[in-house]
Design a protein around this ligand. Sequence first.
Ligand code: ATP
Ligand code: MG
Length: 237
Amino acid sequence: IVRLEHLTKTFGGRTAAVDDVSLSIDDGEFLVLVGPSGCGKSTILRMIAGLEEVTSGDVLIDGEPVTAWPPKQRDIAMVFQNYALYPHMTVQENMAFALKLRHVPAPQLTTQVADTAHLLGLSELLDRKPKALSGGQRQRVAMGRALVRKPRVFLLDEPLSNLDAKLRVSMRAELARLHQRYRITTVYVTHDQVEAMTLGDRIAVLDQGRLQQVGSPEELYLAPANRFVAGFMGSPS
Ligand code: ATP
Ligand code: MG
């Protein structure tokens, strides 16, 4: 279980970008975090990953506060909004990189990369450099690079936002399939309501750094806690 307790982030002297957010993410759950631009979604993910210092509050994994732990120790993988592959490395090398850093022995590394590549339909592309890939293929490599070490927690920050509509729909299905298969605890940020409804076991709605409501897609749609949630979910009035 990943637990956020009174998580707060203030940049400089301004109002909090993330304001007292408390939330539990169950093992194997796919939680979607939604809200308008600037509401604090990326900041929350970055604090979970340890890439952003917490102003106050805690991040707990299996009951243990990891707030002070460096990112590498947290067993968390993140795919960024503007993911960047290493341009001078092949797909194989891009995917192997995190394993190398963790001193995974070569035979195991090769097997793990091959398995993940197979799962993501990248087996034929392992020797290519990123510039010789399509947008969707690059996105798949970015996910493969994060998933290859089977992290405890998977964080995705609008991973499909740069893809065209058609590709977005097929990648969405692929993500659902991956989740079925591995059941990695996932926090997925999007501002696409359809994506939230189709992927999320639960959805957390954020506005101006504050958590508005957390619940199943049905709950949020049919019983929104306030006008903001209703508006965001397109609930019948
Ligand atoms: P988007 O949907 O546009 O990606 P977001 O919900 O991910 O938005 P964040 O990136 O978490 O929003 O930003 C939350 C708030 O914190 C914004 O007002 C942003 O300007 C501010 N902010 C984020 N990073 C910094 C920073 N390094 N320094 C100062 N302010 C920041
Ligand atoms: Mg963001």
